[in-house]
Design a protein around this ligand. Structure first.
Ligand code: C2O
Ligand code: CU
Ligand code: CU
Length: 488
């Protein structure tokens, strides 16, 4: 397994300066720069041609201890440098030095405790996205911990398998923090998932895809709402290649972008086989010619490379917003060897209650997402006409009850999506029609295109307390498109 440890570990051990405070300042590039030989890409475009670099597989964290139904982890949130571009040290924010972020493996019914030390010079809050988590461990935007202090999060994992992720949620900083690297995957499994003959182990690969913009020094440039993030990264490398065997692989795709929506397909024209979404496996696999993934959404797909002979190269392409020559390629799979393949994709993956059998909803709500579209330099984001106010409880729901939430994007041009903490919901309708098969499973984040309404069925169980809902285009939530709900 490739990890960043090898490259970075040496540099850190050698006393690499960990860069001065002030992420926005231009000065941070210089310390990194001094380390590097001037490469051919430095001058104008630091981004190499497509498929130059190999895609790493993110590091899997090992628990410090694993006893009595409890796995304990200890991480430090800190600045580090990563070789995102060849020969360039880019300053990033990391969980324990890892870029791409590390992976935690968890099992339903087994608790996970993560102690984070904040080694940054600004507050942090760690949210487990998609997790059914008590409020004290949810990583609420206002529930931050200060530089130099530590915070322990307890995840009870009383939910079924799912590809979750964790990321920073410190109020007004979450967008930039996630952009600079504070995200990792949290793969929760259970007996049901383990009993299926799906590709496992090294053939089950988490892939976070996202966009970024690099300045001329190869440093990550962040401005809120930036539409010029046109470098696509897969596991933290620009349009990389990945060597595969001629057999089936499972890829856990996460859109880790702040704003970009991806529309993914395979260059040989074969559909992707989607087996899972945010909240775990779908009931049945679905052949998806074009997979749409908005920020924060996950999709588990299986690709069978046995259809191809060794030597074949297959590109995962993107036809989402943007110029194809800039953002049209995500990742290339290079089939380099043959391999046995005992794995199968069963016709039935799990059982979920049909929409008609969901608990009866007592309350129907209307949620309207909007933002300024008049071209002002600092657009504001709203939910039901109001910007986020940490002191205001916008919605109160009864513990254990089910509700219908109709979520509308009131904008003409801007896309949004909608994410609720604490729960996995069902998407009943999109634009008045039954939701398609790719959205038929458990979801925690759902796309809402301009003028569109999605109808959600939500059951508020698990825990009581205060949580947030927001657009997961994190630049938008940072602009105010976020609200509080209380379960009581
Ligand atoms: Cu990924 Cu508030 O969430
Ligand atoms: Cu979340
Ligand atoms: Cu939005």
């Amino acid at each position: 397994m490739i990890t960043r440890r090898s490259a970075l570990g040496g540099a850190l051990a050698a006393g690499l300066p960990l860069l001065a405070p002030g992420l926005r300042a231009g000065g941070e590039a210089h310390a990194a720069e001094a380390l590097l030989p001037a490469g051919p890409h430095r001058a104008q475009d630091p981004v190499p041609p497509a498929f130059t670099m190999a895609m790493p597989v993110p590091r899997v964290l090992r628990p410090l201890s694993s006893t009595g139904g409890l796995d304990c982890y200890e991480l430090t949130i800190r600045k580090a440098t990563a070789e995102i571009l060849p020969g360039t040290a880019t300053e990033v924010l990391t969980y324990d030095g890892s870029f791409p972020g590390p992976v935690i493996h968890a099992r339903s019914g087994r608790r996970v405790l993560v102690r984070h030390r904040n080694g940054l010079d600004m507050p942090a809050s760690v949210h487990l996205h998609g997790g059914s988590v008590p409020p004290s461990s949810d990583g609420n935007p206002m529930d931050v911990f200060a530089p130099g202090t530590s915070r322990t999060y307890m995840y009870t994992n009383r939910q079924s398998h799912a590809s979750l992720w964790f990321h920073d949620h410190a109020h007004h900083m979450e967008a930039e923090h996630v952009y600079r690297g504070l995200s990792g995957m949290y793969l929760l499994t259970d007996d049901l998932e383990q009993s299926l003959p799906l590709p496992k182990g090294r053939y089950d690969v988490p892939v976070t895809i996202r966009d970024a913009r690099f300045d001329e020094h190869g440093q990550l440039a962040y401005t809120m709402g930036d539409r010029t993030r046109t470098t696509i990264l897969a596991n933290g490398r620009p349009t990389p290649h990945f060597e595969v065997a001629a057999r089936k692989y499972r890829f856990r795709l996460l859109n880790g972008s702040n704003l970009r929506i991806f529309a993914l397909s395979l260059s040989d024209g074969t559909p992707l086989t989607q087996i899972g979404s945010d909240g775990g496996l779908l009931e049945r696999p679905v052949a998806v010619p074009v997979l749409t993934l908005s920020p924060g959404e996950r999709a588990d797909v299986v690709i069978d490379f046995s259809r191809h002979s060794v030597g074949t190269r297959l590109v995962l392409t993107n036809t989402g917003p943007g110029r194809p020559e800039q953002v049209g390629k995500v990742l290339r799979f290079d089939v380099v060897r043959t391999a046995d393949d005992p794995s199968k994709v069963p016709h039935v993956l799990r059982d979920l209650p049909p929409a008609s059998a969901l608990p009866k909803a007592a309350v129907t709500r209307h949620i309207e997402l909007s933002m300024d579209e008049d071209g002002r330099p600092d657009p504001r984001g709203f939910i039901n006409g109001q910007m986020y106010d940490p002191e205001r409880v916008d919605t109160t729901v009864a513990f254990g009850s089910s509700e219908i939430w109709n979520v509308t994007n009131a904008n003409k041009r801007a896309s949004h999506n909608f994410h609720l903490h604490l729960v996995q919901f069902r998407v009943l309708e999109r634009g008045g029609r039954p939701a398609g098969p790719t959205e038929a499973g458990l979801k925690d984040t759902v796309r809402v295109m301009p003028g569109e309404t999605v109808k959600l069925h939500v059951t508020f169980d698990g825990f009581r307390g205060d949580y947030v809902y927001h657009c997961h285009m994190l630049d938008h939530s940072a602009m105010g498109m976020m609200a509080n709900f209380r379960v009581r």
